[in-house]
Design a protein around this ligand. Structure first.
Ligand code: CP
Length: 317
């Protein structure tokens, strides 16, 4: 693997999941991969799981890490090209080039502005970073995709899938108080639709259709109760509108995931990437219930990113 930005960087998804599950069984058996290697972690926005799981994964591999929070630690960064830099101190071009001299893998998290769809969906910032880096790039989440979260999610589904010929996975929109990015639902739709023996259903209110590039192949149902019937996994996530870009269109709290909704499923597991707003997105009773597997998802973040680091580092050993 030369980089990890998109599911298309994965040559064989079932094999990658199997490798990640194997890493989970023996996480300390791969110290050679990270010997004398450094992984740089660059954040344009806050993180708990992504940051700590990446550091833990690097530790498991015997690699060093450094963490750089752009908004707190750096000179004032200029993102645009050709600017007369009277109000900014360091250009992204120079900052990324220099940081990439101090590591063997540059892992980066960016965020959408949720204002200009083209700017976000063309991944202009992430592509700049990729262009200026002198070492392989790993996405810790971009404006529109969160592939490490999705790898952990599909690992979790494979670990828990019931013994059925086909399983039903439902990605459900859920309410929220502010406009959120599309990265988790886009990536989840993309990765879950590639799982063998699985049917993906996406349920959301009118106006919340995801970009078809990611939802293609899924069955779209606007009636959440109907969508939940017979489900084996419920993946809840809020996202803002793609069509009316970045807007909050629906405030209907009936979309919150509740015990009553979960009772419609075939004893489905409840999934969410976290962080989650309790009693807005999902009721306490569900999140604290036996059906919730959110901690298993969070734990799998370590083995997902460890596997991705190994796949890139193995070309450097
Ligand atoms: N799920 C996830 O990416 O969490 P953080 O934003 O805390 O990293």
């Amino acid at each position: 693997m030369k980089q990890f930005i998109n599911v298309d960087d994965v040559p064989d998804l079932p094999q990658l999941i199997e490798k990640a599950l194997n890493v989970k069984r023996t996480p300390f058996a791969f110290k050679e991969f990270g010997r004398n290697k450094t992984i740089g972690l660059v954040f344009f926005n806050p993180s708990l799981r992504t940051r700590l799981s990446s550091q833990k994964a690097a530790f498991n591999l015997g690699a060093s890490t450094w963490v750089f929070n752009i908004n707190q630690d750096s000179w004032k960064i200029e993102m645009d090209d050709g600017t007369v830099m009277e109000n900014s101190q360091e250009h992204i071009k120079d900052a990324i080039a220099v940081m990439s001299l101090y590591c063997d893998i540059l892992a980066v998290r960016t965020f959408p502005n949720l204002l200009e769809r083209d700017y976000d969906y063309k991944e202009l910032l992430f592509n700049k970073i990729k262009h200026y880096s002198k070492v392989p790039i790993v996405s810790l989440e971009s404006a529109i995709l969160h592939p490490l979260q999705s790898l952990a999610d599909v690992m979790t589904i494979e670990e828990l899938r019931p013994a059925k010929e086909r399983i039903k996975i439902v990605l459900s929109w859920a309410p929220h108080v502010k406009a959120l990015p599309h990265s988790v639902p886009n990536s989840f739709a993309q990765w879950a639709s590639k799982l063998q023996g699985a049917d993906l259903v996406i349920t959301h209110p009118e106006g919340y259709a995801l970009d078809e590039r990611f939802s293609r192949g899924a069955c779209i149902i606007h009636d959440q109760d109907e969508a939940f019937k017979g489900a084996d996994f419920i993946y809840a996530k809020n996202w803002s509108s793609f069509i009316d870009y970045g807007k909050l269109l629906c405030h209907d709290m009936d979309w919150m995931i509740s015990r009553k909704k979960m009772a419609l499923t075939d004893r489905a597991k409840f999934m969410h990437c976290l962080p989650v707003r309790r009693n807005v997105v999902v009721e306490d009773a569900v999140l604290d219930g036996e059906e919730a597997v959110v901690l298993q998802q969070a734990e799998n973040r370590v083995f997902a990113v460890q596997t991705v680091f190994m796949e890139i580092l193995k070309n450097m050993v």
